[in-house]
Design a protein around this ligand. Structure first.
Ligand code: GLA
Length: 386
């Protein structure tokens, strides 16, 4: 794939490119907590987007989306949203750099990869982070990596129209091989946790569905969380987000809440606690407890936060029946995409086969599965690695 992208670049633009890779992500636990100033535990995976890029000494950028076999040319003097939806992730990054007063000169680009689109593995974050990383490099901007993450996130807000938290872009940029990274989405402090995977594998089961509720409900959840914060602030002025809320605070004021808002808030408060507990379990090498936290997270997402769907619930229920699975839950925004499963290596093939059969029987859909390897975040690819 890498070679093909590089070859295409040379064919189209007749020069030698710089090559960058940028991964998708999984999230082990800590869902819908990032925009509540809470904790997340993602990791970058071996599903990646590759970029071949070089300056072109003009005032336009030319981009070619290898997977779609579609190209476009964009005026850097007039960056705005495009009708080509794929281009908006690129334009959004360029716009952020320009707003921060970096002089983006003309460049040529070919990009493509193997992150399934719409599966909740953050292909868009990988595109945004990869381009930000590449432009930072070819133009020598020297922008600190965390600022690139924030620019990538704002690109998603302003050009893709999704008010996402910071998790996906952070994971794509800061991932580390064989580690999950716990991010405190308030202080932006982070710690790496080694994943002892000799006996386990992370398996993603892709429902192949994406219910169109996803983005509207995402924004509704954000509002519901804000409503809960506003209510509690009347009693506890120090509360700035659900991160500051404890279980006793919630319980004491339960009757004042609209019941749905109460359940949303309960989920978030408990999910933050679960991330802490899951990280302790990782430190102790206690994968059994870790897996139990994953199941508990799913129950919360299903019943309290209301972002699951029948396909995801079915897959988690199936996994729960199998002794070879330590934990499973829906992953990402919800309403489709993937479940993440922690599976004993010795039973890997049997797990995959049984999930595929059950899903086919229930929904008539061919389940896709991916065994995720945990890799480094965005980086340059040396010519010798291609
Ligand atoms: C999407 C968003 C993330 C995060 C998750 C839910 O992936 O892009 O910022 O909010 O949903 O945890």
């Amino acid at each position: 794939m890498l070679q093909e992208i590089k070859d295409k670049f040379k064919e189209l633009y007749e020069q030698e490119p710089l090559v960058v890779r940028s991964p998708g992500r999984v999230n082990l636990i800590g869902e819908h907590t990032d925009y509540n100033d809470g904790f997340v535990l993602p990791a970058a995976i071996n599903k990646e987007i590759y970029f071949a890029v070089a300056p072109n000494n003009t005032n336009t950028f030319r981009a070619y989306a290898y997977d779609l076999q579609e190209g476009g040319e964009f005026d850097l003097g007039q960056v705005q949203r495009s009708e080509k939806s794929w281009a908006n992730y690129l334009l959004g990054v360029v716009a952020q750099l320009q707003q921060a007063k970096y002089e983006v000169k003309g460049f040529d680009l070919v990009y493509g990869g193997n992150i399934p689109i719409g599966a909740g593995l953050s292909s868009s974050a990988a595109v945004e982070c990869g381009l930000a990383y590449a432009l930072n490099h070819i133009f020598g901007f020297n922008i600190p990596k965390f600022d690139l993450v924030k620019m990538a996130q704002l690109a998603e807000h302003e050009y893709a129209g999704v008010k996402c938290g910071i998790m996906d872009q952070f994971a794509s940029m800061y991932g580390r091989q064989d580690h999950a990274v716990k991010l405190d989405c308030r202080s932006l402090d982070f710690d790496y946790y080694h994943l002892e995977m000799a006996d386990y594998r992370i398996v993603l089961c892709d429902t192949q569905v994406k219910h169109n509720l996803a983005s509207s409900e995402y924004n509704t959840r954000r509002q519901e969380c804000e409503a809960g914060v506003a209510l509690l602030q009347r009693h506890y002025p120090q509360v700035k987000s659900l991160r500051d809320v404890t279980v006793p605070m919630l319980e004491l004021h339960q009757e004042e809440f609209e019941p749905t808002v109460y359940r949303r808030c309960t989920y978030v408060v408990h999910e933050n606690i679960r991330v802490e507990e899951a990280c302790q379990a990782l430190e102790q090498g206690d994968m059994k407890t870790f897996g139990e936290k994953m199941y508990a997270s799913h129950r919360g997402l299903q019943h309290d936060y209301g972002v699951s769907c029948p396909e995801l619930d079915f897959l988690v229920d199936q996994a729960r029946e199998m002794d070879s699975v330590l934990g499973a839950r829906m992953m990402g925004g919800g309403f489709g995409g993937c479940t993440i499963n922690l599976v004993k290596l010795e039973a890997l093939d049997a797990f995959i086969q049984s999930m595929e059969e059950a899903y086919k029987l229930q929904f008539g859909i061919a389940l896709k599965t991916y065994v995720a390897e945990i890799v480094d975040g965005s980086s340059l690819v040396e010519p010798s690695q291609i």
